[in-house]
Every structure is written in structure tokens, then in C-alpha cells.
Design a protein. Structure first.
Length: 218
């Protein structure tokens, strides 16, 4: 049974939400380059010092509007799958579900900014590394004590696969193939089906997940 968060944790979560909402609103109104950390902090009713306890940059706060708590939701979705479900399938479906659930107005606004600003794209891609810690914990529990190192390797591989899929999907306009440079700036063009690209990059990991599951069976 999950213990409800205490008052302090709820306050921290409320502050985090206020900061990322303020960051996105100001970025939409002014453009990301015209938003300072001090502006975001003031709009959220906190000090810049408090801001720095939550986010390392304005880009991180803006991107958080679309990636907020995604890593925890992926891990929770994997943990919620019945034990009989193949682990590779559970992970793939959890990732696809969480990375394609962007139908809200806030998520759409953030994605529009991400496709037109290099620093935001870089932060969006870097955010995939956040998958590893929470997913490692869930996989380790599923695989047992003997799978601790395996769980970390698998979780890191999932994060890498997701990043590759996003790099291919967020392809700079005018580039051919998935190796276009993200440092040139300008518009990027989401290419193809993101669910399909996520499944394609996760598919090579399936044998490793299957082997890990077989190793833990009695």
C-alpha cells in the first residue's frame, strides 16, 4: 500500500507545478529567450534561490511542463502490469503510452516551443535519462535480488532507446535520415509515427528482457 505524501512533500510538489506552469506561460507569451529564471520565480511566488532547488535552468522548467512526472508514471505502469505479462511488452507499452499522451493544451504548447528552439530540444532529449532510476527500482523488484545490476542496465538501455526514437522523430527540417544535427537550430519536423519509432527502438531490447525473466524463474 502506498503511503500518502506528507504536507511537506505536497508543498514541494505544488511549488514544482507552479514553477513549470509559470515557465511555460511566460515562454509562450514572450518567447523562451526572453524569459529569465527571476521572472519565473516571481510569477510562481518564490525566490530565485528556491527556483534553483527545483530546476537547473529555464529550459528544464519549460520542458518539465510536458515531461512532468513521466518517469514515475512509466515505472508505475510497468509495476501495475500483471506478473504474467511479458516484461518487454510491459515496458514498451508503458513507454509508448506515456510518451504519446500529449493531447492537453499545455503539452501541445510545450511541444510547439520544443520544435522551434534548439536549447529546449536538447533539454527534452536529455530528460530521457530520468527514466533510469525509477524504472531500475521496478525492474529490480520484478527480477529479484539477483537482477539488481541487470535491472540498471536494462533501464539505462530503455532510456537510450527512447532518446534515439525521439531524435529520429524530432528531425531537423531538410535533413535526411535520423542523423540530422540538432545543433543547427531552426524548425524541426516530427517525422512518422512516434509510437512506431518507440517500439522499433525498444524491440532490440526484448531478448535481454526475456533472458532476465528466464533467469529469475524457479
Amino acid at each position: 500500500m502506498t503511503t500518502p505524501p506528507g504536507l511537506r512533500e505536497r508543498k514541494k510538489q505544488a511549488t514544482r507545478e507552479a514553477l513549470r506552469e509559470a515557465a511555460l506561460r511566460l515562454a509562450v507569451e514572450r518567447g523562451p529567450d526572453q524569459v529569465r529564471v527571476e521572472d519565473i520565480a516571481e510569477a510562481a511566488g518564490v525566490s530565485p534561490r528556491t527556483y534553483n532547488n527545483y530546476f537547473a535552468s529555464r529550459e528544464q522548467a519549460i520542458v518539465s511542463a510536458v515531461t512532468a512526472d513521466r518517469e514515475a508514471r512509466i515505472a508505475a505502469a510497468v509495476a501495475a502490469r500483471p506478473a504474467g505479462v511479458r516484461l518487454a511488452d510491459a515496458v514498451a507499452e508503458a513507454v509508448v503510452e506515456q510518451y504519446t499522451n500529449t493531447s492537453g493544451e499545455r503539452e501541445q504548447q510545450a511541444l510547439l516551443l520544443i520544435t522551434t528552439h534548439t536549447a529546449l530540444r536538447d533539454e527534452f532529449l536529455d530528460a530521457t535519462a530520468g527514466i533510469e532510476p525509477s524504472l531500475t527500482a521496478v525492474l529490480a523488484e520484478r527480477l529479484g535480488d539477483a537482477g539488481t545490476h541487470t535491472a540498471r542496465v536494462l533501464a539505462a538501455s530503455v532510456a537510450a532507446a527512447v532518446r534515439i526514437a525521439l531524435e529520429s522523430w524530432l528531425r531537423p527540417a531538410g535533413t535526411a535520415g535520423a542523423a540530422g544535427s540538432f545543433g543547427a537550430g531552426g524548425l524541426v519536423v516530427p517525422s512518422g509515427s512516434l509510437p512506431d519509432q518507440l517500439r522499433a527502438t525498444l524491440a532490440p531490447l526484448a531478448p535481454a528482457f526475456d533472458a532476465a525473466e528466464r533467469h529469475t524463474r524457479p
